[in-house]
Design a protein around this ligand. Structure first.
Ligand code: FAD
Length: 430
């Protein structure tokens, strides 16, 4: 086992929103980021990466560019010795021990899976860049399958898309992908007049429960106008390879089930022996220090963060809050330890086709302006000028050209040389 010792240093576990911003804001003071990827995923743009409005690569920010003074150790934390102030990290090559003076735990959340028959096997998650790319390819494949279908029933099944979870991620992903399908169908003459069936399911009595009721109702009306079948106060009972059963008794034939029904704190936190609440989140005090663990701090989706501005309520799992927590934590690590306090600016969401909603300082804005504010806010939040320009270029291009409908699922599976040799052996004249 290799040992990397910098006992005076700060080690940040996780290179997501929270971890990357802490390291960035520590500036020249430096830190070591432990992350399985060398980039930070800008999740608010993930639905657009899935629909192809944005090149997926442009929705991630390389950690070495974002945090030029930080060191990066590519790997996964697998153990913590809080007494001796060490973490164990598994890299591609070896097991590494890192000593730290201060530890920042920013391990985020994972998709929350419920014990629903068939869910784990048949539902597609929507949390990572790989999920977004996979979903886009999957949807384009459904169009190819529908075009080649020989029966009406098969065609209808392939053109039916079920999303479970009507929070931001579910609503935005559905709206963006519905736009992708609508645009793509121009190139499928045999499907042009075929009806599509988009279903949005949620256990709550309304969609987008995080936004003010009027905006939520507007979003529901917009989606319904575009033919989305919204089923609230409804749960998924079972999933099969080509069907889902809902609690309202319906059985829907579909080859696409997308699961966006919330997140849960990273289960690894329990293995690290950290103090957790009943939802598995790290317990921190008002300054973001982990309760009862020396020189350790936590923030973001993996932590239960009290907020002085909202007494009695903990922060929701959003990038907006992770970013503000990171700002406070970076100052606290510099020795100016004060309680975290942040009053939310509001909420924004896109609904596809130049429609969106924004609640800015309590002012509800909808329609084109809501969409424009959402995009502008996300662009402002995206780190690095070079990334912002790439995104603007993508958006501008998409105004003038049709979406790319190439299905690229083979990208993750390059042909091995040995396969090529075997294939060409058969063809070669002897
Ligand atoms: C589809 C989608 C859309 C969203 N849209 C919005 C939005 O519009 N607005 C908004 O405010 N919020 C949005 N969110 C929520 C936002 O993404 C999160 O609140 C935010 O990412 C939290 O930051 P985090 O650093 O705590 O977690 P993450 O960003 O998830 O980062 C956790 C990091 O920990 C790393 N990690 C995991 N295990 C290990 C390990 N063993 N060792 C080392 N590293 C590890 C992961 O690779 C990851 O990089 C969205 C989320 C999703 C999924």
């Amino acid at each position: 086992m290799a040992a990397h010792s910098d006992p005076a240093g700060t080690v940040v576990l996780g290179g997501g929103f929270a971890g990357a911003y802490v390291a960035r804001m520590l500036g020249r003071r430096g830190a070591t980021i432990v992350s399985p990827e060398n980039f930070m995923l800008f999740t608010p743009m993930l639905p657009e990466a899935a629909s192809g409005t944005l090149e997926p690569r442009h929705t991630v920010v390389p950690l070495r560019m974002m945090c030029p003074h930080a060191k990066l150790l590519l790997g996964r934390v697998v153990g913590l010795d809080a007494e001796r102030q060490r973490v164990r990290v598994e890299t591609e090559e070896e097991l590494v021990t890192l000593s730290y003076a201060q530890l920042v735990v920013a391990l985020g959340a994972i998709s929350r899976a419920l014990p629903i028959p068939g869910l784990a096997e048949h539902a597609l998650p929507f949390k990572s860049l790989a999920d977004a790319i996979h979903l886009r390819n999957h949807v384009l494949r459904r169009l190819e399958a529908a075009a080649g279908a020989t029966s009406e029933g098969h065609r209808r099944r392939e053109l039916t898309f079920v999303f479970v979870g009507a929070g931001y991620a579910g609503v935005e992903a559905l709206a963006e992908l519905a736009d992708l399908v609508r645009d793509a169908l121009r190139f499928y003459p045999s499907l042009r007049h075929e009806p599509q069936h988009w279903v949005l399911v949620d256990a709550a009595p309304k969609i987008l429960p995080e936004v003010p009721t009027r905006l939520g109702e507007y979003a529901a009306r917009q989606l319904a106008r575009r033919g989305v079948d919204i089923r609230v106060s409804t749960t998924l009972n079972a999933a099969e390879p080509h069907a889902v059963t809902l609690s309202d008794g319906s059985r829907i034939l579909t080859s696409t089930l997308v699961w966006t029904a919330g997140v849960q704190a990273n289960p690894l936190l329990a293995q690290l022996g950290l103090p957790l609440d009943e939802r598995g989140r790290v317990r921190v005090d008002a300054t973001l220090r982990i309760e009862g663990v020396q020189n350790a701090w936590s923030l973001g989706d993996c932590a239960r963060v009290p907020n002085e501005a909202t007494p009695g309520r903990f922060d929701p799992p959003t990038s907006q809050h992770a970013l503000r927590q990171a700002r406070r934590l970076a100052k606290n690590l510099r020795g100016d330890a004060r309680p975290y306090r942040y009053r939310t600016l509001g909420e924004v969401a896109t609904l596809g086709r130049h429609r969106g909603i924004a609640n800015v300082f309590g002012l509800p804005i909808r329609g084109f302006l809501g969409w424009w504010i959402t995009r502008t806010y996300h662009l402002y939040q995206l780190p690095l000028l070079s990334r912002k320009l790439r995104v603007v270029a993508d958006w501008t291009t998409s105004l003038f050209f049709r979406r790319d409908i190439a299905e690229l699922s083979m990208l993750g599976h390059p042909q091995r040389l040995i396969d090529t040799v075997t294939e060409s052996d058969g063809d070669s004249p002897s």
